[in-house]
Design a protein around this ligand. Structure first.
Ligand code: PSU
Ligand code: MN
Length: 296
């Protein structure tokens, strides 16, 4: 990987990541805030194993002890519990300066990738436009950061607790290609079908890598690749609505909404959404590893 020496003072890249040919960045918000305490770390470690199984090197990103770390060790990853700060693109400097444990979102992770030149990322589901816009407007910084980072994010589409059609429109406005992995519609996180159309369908990891490279040669920036979950859940929508009502009724807003809704779903579904979420994160990490291996 190539990198800019100006960032050396703030960003620590592990030796393994520095020397690797194919690297996949992994975020830590889902580790700290997407799963019950303890389980998130297991999900993160499993993602790293999946990336390695595909022949690439994982670079899990987070803020620790005043540094932005690219390639956390297992012990370091263990410090990303529920009390970690959620760190989007605008929060990186503050988290480092204030020596917080900072769990980077997709957007925060993309900003670090931009600084060090990593091209591939895996997550569960991208953030997006929250439902009920504009009362009040809540649009994930994942979108704007993806629009200015030359990277491809593999996800099970956009989290279905959001307004997915509105998110797809914003991605179009921002010029972000929305690719479907062997699908014509954007996956809905837990559900595979019923989403808005993608802008192009790809059939293989190599095709995704090639298309991304071409997009970057043309001066384009981020791309989203939606991979449908292998074992989709198609009956979660009523629970999502209940979760969003509960969030509203208890005054949960802003950054806290996504973690609140995910934990509500994990609890009220008797663990079904938790298993589905864990599995789809691992599947996305595997595919991102295959793309990185094919695309370098
Ligand atoms: N995927 C998951 N679980 C998560 C997330 C993604 O399976 O918790 C996180 C990502 O870090 C993403 C964030 O950036 O949710 C979006 O949060 P917000 O809507 O507040 O921007
Ligand atoms: Mn938000």
């Amino acid at each position: 990987m190539h990198r800019d020496s100006r960032v050396d003072a703030v960003i620590r890249v592990s030796d393994e990541v520095r020397e690797a040919r194919a690297v996949v960045a992994l975020e830590t918000t889902l580790v700290a805030h997407g799963f019950p305490p303890g389980e998130g770390v297991e999900v993160g470690l499993e993602s790293e194993r999946q990336v390695r199984a595909a022949g690439a090197v994982p670079a899990t990103v987070g803020v620790l002890d005043g540094e932005i770390v690219v390639g956390l060790t297992e012990d370091e990853l263990g410090r990303f519990g529920a009390d970690a700060r959620k760190v989007g693109p605008r929060d990186l400097a503050a988290a480092a300066a204030q020596r917080a444990v900072g769990a980077t979102t997709v957007g925060g992770t993309l900003a670090v990738m931009q600084a060090v030149g990593i091209r591939w990322l895996a997550t569960g589901g991208l953030g997006g436009v929250h439902r009920g816009f504009p009362h009040p407007p809540d649009v994930s910084a994942d979108l704007a950061q993806l629009a200015r980072t030359q990277a491809l994010a593999v996800s099970a589409g956009v989290k279905s607790l959001l307004d997915v059609p509105a998110t797809a429109e914003v991605l179009e406005t921002l010029g972000v290609p929305v690719l479907g992995f062997r699908t014509d519609t954007l996956p809905l996180f837990y559900a595979a079908a019923g989403g808005p159309p993608v802008s192009a369908r790809v059939e293989s990891a190599a095709e995704a890598a090639e298309l991304a490279r071409l997009h970057w040669q043309l001066g384009g920036h981020g791309l989203l690749l939606g991979r449908p979950p292998d074992e989709p859940l198609d009956d979660v929508e009523p629970l999502v609505e209940a979760a969003l009502r509960a969030a509203r009724d208890t005054g949960v807003s802003g950054q806290a909404v996504t973690p609140f809704v995910l934990s509500f779903l994990h609890r009220e579904s008797g663990g079904r959404t938790l298993r589905a979420n864990r599995d789809l994160v691992a599947q996305n990490a595997r595919l991102a590893g295959e793309i990185a291996t094919a695309g370098g």
